[in-house]
Design a binder for this molecule. Sequence first.
Ligand code: TXE
Length: 484
Amino acid sequence: MSPDKYLKNYINGALVPAESGNYLDNVNPAIGQVYSHIPDSDEEDVKKAIAAAQKAYPEWSTTEPRVRFRLLMRIADIIEQNMQAFAEAESADSGKPVSMAMSVDIPRAQSNFRFFATSILHFGAESHHMAGEAINYTLRQPIGVVGCISPWNLPLYLFTWKIAPALATGNCVVGKPSELTPMTAYMLSKACIEAGLPAGVLNIVHGLGHKAGQAIVEAPEVKAISFTGGTSTGKKIAATAAPEFKKLSLELGGKNPNIIFADCDFDEMMVGTLRSSFSNNGQICLCGSRIYVERPIYDRFRDELVKRTQFLKVGDPSSSVTDLGALVSKGHMEKVQSYLSLAEVEGGTILCGGTPVEMPAPFEEGYFLRPAVVEGLPIDCRTNQEEIFGPVVTIAPFDTEEEALAMANGTQFGLSATVWTKDISRANRMAEKLQSGIVWVNCWMVRDLRTPFGGVKNSGVGREGGQEVLRFFTEPKNVCIKYG
Ligand code: TXE
């Protein structure tokens, strides 16, 4: 399964160009060059995709779960058989190390299909007995045609996180991957064709957010939208979809606190903190970008973090010793750099990193940045309040649990939080009071696909994962039967 130079949409079971015949450039961020082209789709392409999905829906929605199970497992098998090609494509599109795509992105995309393929075999509904009078039972039925829109940071991982449960529950999908990272979604189209997925069940439309994406959100035939991306895009989508009474799942930005108490296992915490700070160049919505450290170990922590951060290898994404590859785009690199300048204006000190890396050929034009640690900023400054989504963390000391909580909860976001401590009572107290959808204690990014996933406050609406997403992609219908 090879990546192509001119990608196509996947509509009604076939690979087709955009109706307009127009293409957008697709850049490899490690070399800073256009290396392929994607359909510049618009409303016309989305209409075709929706029509195909509507046509496929009556049969797909009534297909036995074991048939859906088999098809989804087959798609997972094909991804697994082509693991290396998928990983290399993910790396070429996003700049991330191939080793990361091989160990995180692509295995997880397979797991998403396998997990929801098997979940649907066990998915049940409730009944409510009214003693001596009646019995209620709940039917869980698919919604119809649904839209799945995903971002560039974990391209196939997040795209399939939505598509797999939507298909498993019997919906037909119009999906749109990020225009910055379309290749693995295109390869997924080919995998679906090879697996024998019926035409129209899944349609993948490539193109820009405000054009192709907006057309999916606006279409009255699309009854639910599952979106992951920036908070401001989420706001726009909610404003369009809410008056149409569409079901919405929005997984948005984060500015996650990492709270470190002096009694933690220092070495384990350092390893975890380096990962939560800079994995995928900090371009994971769950990264801990605000680090609060109890004062007795603050100096030791700061020195150790700076030392270990400077040791990270930024470079060729195909090298197995590379820790951090390129940032996803020129625009994103400029955004991250602008936040580093802002941090200095706001009174912060950049302890390390923040400068572009001079790279040898063929990477001279790539978007490589040294990971940065910033100290000395107040909690309410923009650097500490806005999502940077890059290899930048801020650090600050605290004295009491209350102070740590106030700092942790002091942003508009509430996606995840990490707490490092050996005191289980304190861990529980913190977990209860942290305003976030996910709390990790003495770990980070340990993921069980059965658990609810999502944020509070401006980090989103709704939950993905496990039973939650199966409920999202189905409508509950209560049937009440009176005893004779
Ligand atoms: O995301 P967008 P962008 C954050 C991060 C980043 C910022 C912007 O801070 O710097 O968002 O990134 C599609 N209707 N996150 O611009 O625009 C778009 O085509 C329908 C956090 O890449 O939100 C893409 O497929 N769709 C995040 C998807 O939405 C629209 C991950 C996400 O793009 C649309 C990524 C519209 N009007 C960025 N506009 C996380 N929390 O995981 C855009 N899109």
